[in-house]
Design a protein around this ligand. Sequence first.
Ligand SMILES: Cc1cc2nc3c(=O)[nH]c(=O)nc-3n(C[C@H](O)[C@H](O)[C@H](O)COP(=O)(O)OP(=O)(O)OC[C@H]3O[C@@H](n4cnc5c(N)ncnc54)[C@H](O)[C@@H]3O)c2cc1C
Length: 424
Amino acid sequence: VTGLPDVVVVGGGLIGAACAYELSCRGASVMVVERGPEVACGCSYGSAGLVGPGIALPLASPQALREALRWLGRPRAPLRIPPRPALIPWLARFALACRARSFRRAREALAPLGWESFRMHLAYAQAGLEVGLARRGVLMVWDTEAGLAAGREELRDTGEKATFLGPREAREAEPLLRSPVAGAALVADAAHADSARWTRVVIQAAVAQGAEVRTGVEVRRLVVRSGRTEAVETDQGVIRAGAVVVAAGASSRGLLAGAGVPIPLEAGKGYHLDLEAAVQSKRPVYLRDSHVVATPLGAGRLRLAGTLELSGMETSVDERRTTAILLAADRSLAGVAGLPVREVWAGLRPCTADGMPVIGAVDGIPNLIVATGHAMIGFALAPITGRLVAELAAGQAPTFDLSAFDPGRFGRSRRRRSPAGGVG
Ligand SMILES: Cc1cc2nc3c(=O)[nH]c(=O)nc-3n(C[C@H](O)[C@H](O)[C@H](O)COP(=O)(O)OP(=O)(O)OC[C@H]3O[C@@H](n4cnc5c(N)ncnc54)[C@H](O)[C@@H]3O)c2cc1C
């Protein structure tokens, strides 16, 4: 007897995988419901693959706001915001979250989660999960002196172990780099992996602990009655649940809104291009000024990832933007533009209006747990998110203070009565 309820996890991305694993390791009976034909078919399929405490920074920051204003209206810039009236309240709230004080508070709330999650990533690999984690650090590179100065300040503030390198040393550290770069920093506490493989392996590990995975099943509605989630209604029938975890990525908004839980969540489209590269970079290279990451994923695959586009729930590929990623990478990494392209992909990051994840039980519905909104840092934070969710499901006090991640922070739930007499 574990004291844990039967849990339905909605979403088989890396957050759902980590929740399923941590829950089943504690003895819960878990069912993952994924609408796609297989797990890891959403955003988690194509991330840049970086994990580490220095990756786990808030999306909203004074620098993000400065860059957003500079890039407005430029179709090839790393950020694109096509005008859309429905986006205005989200943007207004995001701009407020970019203030220096809000950013500092958010960073302080995230930092302990980032460090613990990194430790857990290493522990998963050490425990024999074949997640393919390579602990080689990350090389951050700046083209401009201004960028380098801001980067120095950021790394000092986060207390990360970083070795700063001049242009020549940077090229010695990474022979693929071409001049001119202003400088670089080798950040030791970082690792990388293919996030799709990671998700599949972690879900398999949950299955080995007794979890069940149902793919090709879409959750249409959460069935909430008298302050409890009783079931999820799917396109293939109703599944009863002792607790429900919503880890449906960018689609979580609609499901939660249906249960009277308003989360201002927008899809932040990102792209990757997988190139066939006989010669790989030694470790991930994060081109900080152009916001492009080049990650060596092994088997001759070099992934270029970047861009944030607030264009709603659609995954079409805009060639101007993939070309911009390729050219930005080619400016710093020799020969990249000439490499054969194996795959071009676009996926939707779940982005909240305050740039922070949502991790917590819903006020008034204690067995409805939300785990989404991780935007650019979902991979870095997946293990700790899973553990926090498992603690909440077991009715334990979570390891960390979750007030900054509370689903209720965006306003009171306005639950309404459903025609069936339930709530939802
Ligand atoms: C280009 C790019 C680079 C990135 N690089 C990094 C990085 O280096 N480091 C990092 O930490 N993060 C990175 N990220 C962010 C990271 O990938 C995301 O934060 C993470 O994948 C989000 O995972 P998720 O499980 O919440 O969402 P998803 O992976 O989207 O999973 C949600 C799943 O729920 C399913 N689903 C949705 N609705 C329903 C429903 N109604 N019923 C059933 N199933 C449903 C979907 O099909 C999907 O599989 C990057 C993202 C992008 C796009």
